[in-house]
Design a protein around this ligand. Structure first.
Ligand SMILES: [Zn+2]
Length: 352
């Protein structure tokens, strides 16, 4: 289907920094939030930030309800939707990591109410994107939902979370080097839509995290801000493109393939980072730079560091293009057999 217009849904307010939760009353005022708000979180994130979010919303004159979510399966989504229908909030606040933010995104999107993203972790770019992944659905990758109306990211809250999540977020960002190359390939060889602005935003995010790796490693607030801004820029890039294309290439097919092959898999961003090394090698680009940056950040760069078998890497690389046959990437072009996948993984030092 060809369209003569291009639709973009973008966040209206983005606030990133130390102690930003206390900005909620002014955000509520600017956005004209009134009536009922629903805060969605799990117990831990509620203690970490949800309670404060609720308090600030009450201060702003809103009535606040709380709903607890743990997982993000189709059943969970339906249960959440039922509660939203009963409570009838004007706005939904997702306070937590990827699962909670995605839950808030999907359920609010389906019921056509705005949602505000308050991330407590930075493990992947879903905190600001219009895409969400639902566990147990027939699609093992993220699908379009709605963009957050606002993003309020407090580095003080995020710094309290596990460091591994931060490093996973870096891996997700660094993988944009290969994602954009795959998008360009799909444009050149398959005539797919390509947006230079969205691609540049994703690439710039990868460059910024690469250049500021040292700041991030030393756990400086400034480093965390760079990562958060990169994750938000990637979310915006996807909103502009109207798909996950600028941020998700064949390295993002390698990661769900690994999830299927080994249930004790690593984190999304960690797997995408390793996937990106493999894919950059196949794209004949600078895979060494990606590997060096990941190493510098303390992110996994081998099968052993991902906690998986060498054979899992080979199988996942071979399975990856089948995860999404319609999304043309270098893996679809090359159509590697087992031996070629093994050779790639060995050449890049991912396996022995
Ligand atoms: Zn990702």
């Amino acid at each position: 289907m060809s369209l003569n217009y291009h639709y973009m849904q973008l966040p209206r307010e983005v606030i990133v920094g130390k102690g930003t939760l206390c900005r909620i009353p002014e955000v509520a005022k600017r956005l004209g939030l009134k009536g009922k708000a629903l805060v969605m979180s799990d117990q831990q994130c509620y203690e970490l930030a949800g309670k404060a979010v609720s308090g600030f919303l009450e201060q702003s004159g809103l009535t606040v309800d709380f709903i607890q979510v743990k997982t993000m399966t189709m059943t969970d989504i339906l249960a959440v939707e039922k509660q939203i229908k009963t409570l009838q909030p004007q706005v939904l606040f997702g306070v937590g990591g990827g699962t909670i933010i995605d839950s808030a995104k999907v359920s609010s999107g389906k019921l056509k109410i705005p949602f505000i993203s308050v991330p407590t972790t930075v493990s992947h770019d879903g905190i600001a994107s219009p895409l969400a992944s639902i566990k147990g659905s027939d699609k093992p990758f993220s699908v379009m939902s709605q963009a957050p109306l606002a993003i309020i990211a407090d580095t003080q809250v995020i710094a309290k979370g596990p460091w591994r999540f931060v490093i996973s977020g870096c891996g997700d960002i660094i993988s944009k080097y290969t994602a954009v190359k795959d998008w360009q390939l799909a444009y050149m060889e398959n005539g797919e839509y390509y947006g230079g602005y969205a691609a540049s935003l994703a690439l710039m995010s990868a460059k910024l995290v690469t250049e500021n790796a040292e700041l991030i490693v030393y756990r400086q607030d400034e480093g965390l801000r760079v990562l958060l801004e990169a994750l938000i820029s990637c979310g915006v890039a996807m909103s502009i493109a109207g798909s996950s294309r600028p941020c998700s290439g064949s390295e993002h097919l390698f990661s769900p393939a690994l999830d299927i092959i080994n249930t004790k898999h690593a984190m999304h961003g960690e797997q995408c980072g390793v996937g990106s090394i493999l894919v950059a090698y196949l794209q004949k680009s600078n895979w060494q730079r990606i590997k060096t940056t990941l190493k510098q950040l303390g992110a996994p760069t081998t099968a052993a560091e991902l906690g998986i078998q060498d054979t899992d890497v080979v199988k996942a690389l071979e399975m990856a293009p089948k995860i999404r046959p319609e999304r043309y990437t270098i893996l679809h072009k090359l159509n590697l057999d087992t031996e070629a996948c093994k050779k790639t993984a060995k050449a890049t030092g991912i396996i022995n």
